[in-house]
Write a protein that binds this ligand. Structure first.
Ligand SMILES: C[S@@+](CC[C@H](N)C(=O)[O-])C[C@H]1O[C@@H](n2cnc3c(N)ncnc32)[C@H](O)[C@@H]1O
Length: 211
């Protein structure tokens, strides 16, 4: 295949971005984020009708809308407003903040059929830190979010369940992956087509949890 010049690659990238953004607007999907989850769901068969799902970093609600159509129960967490249906439990706050963590643990304990059982079929995180522009600091903050998601997954996922988490490629990812690989049967790193090519974001899909 002939090599593309940088400007024609940029043009192609812009067209693709426009396509996902326009299509999301026209079809009422909320945002381009919808297409990332849709692609991951198709590829890994993530979602089933009887599932209980914890969604971290849910605002403005593109993924929430998609999840609500596919699973039994969604618990959505974000400090910003989430456009969610009546059946979804929205917890307003930041994972890692004492009050939010307390509410979330109470809710999850209430969902477990008995105290020894784990309630979640899937933990998803699309959380992203506010970007300061200082690359090492931003990377450290994004890894904190990834680690918090992993702790939630380790504590609350059922055996055999799945974690999907947004990761910014950089410092700390390899060590984190090595840890996660010990507790899941398979871990894949994927860049969905709707993800901006200039962004370092990828999604880790970890299946077959072994508590
Ligand atoms: C890329 S957006 C999520 C987009 C969402 N998946 C959608 O489809 O609309 C990232 C979100 O992560 C949230 N976030 C960042 N840190 C968080 C934290 N500690 N706890 C919960 N949400 C957090 C931000 O407020 C932001 O709304």
């Amino acid at each position: 295949m002939p090599k593309r010049s940088k400007s024609s690659q940029r043009w192609l990238d812009r067209q693709r971005k426009d396509y996902f953004a326009r299509s999301a607007r026209e079809k009422g999907h909320g945002s381009r984020a919808h297409y990332k989850l849709e692609e991951l769901d198709r590829r890994f068969r993530l979602l089933r009708g009887n599932m209980v799902v914890l969604e971290l970093g849910a605002a403005p609600g593109g993924w929430t809308l998609y999840l609500e159509q596919k699973v039994a129960k969604v618990i959505a967490v974000d400090p910003l407003p989430v456009a969610a249906g009546a059946g979804t439990v929205v917890l307003e706050g930041r994972l890692g903040e004492a009050q939010l963590d307390k509410e979330l643990v109470q809710l999850l304990k209430g969902l477990a059929a008995d105290a020894r059982k784990r309630p979640l079929d899937l933990v998803l995180s699309d959380m992203a830190p506010n970007i300061s522009g200082i690359r090492t600091a931003d990377q450290a903050r994004s890894m904190e979010l990834v680690e918090m998601t992993t702790e939630m997954a380790f504590e609350w996922l059922k055996p055999g369940a799945t974690m999907l988490v947004k990761v910014f490629q950089g410092e700390g990812v390899d060590a984190w992956l090595a840890g996660v690989r010990k507790s899941f049967a398979k871990v894949s790193l994927v860049k969905p087509r709707a993800s901006r090519s200039e962004s370092r974001e990828v999604y880790a899909v970890a299946t077959g949890f072994r508590p």
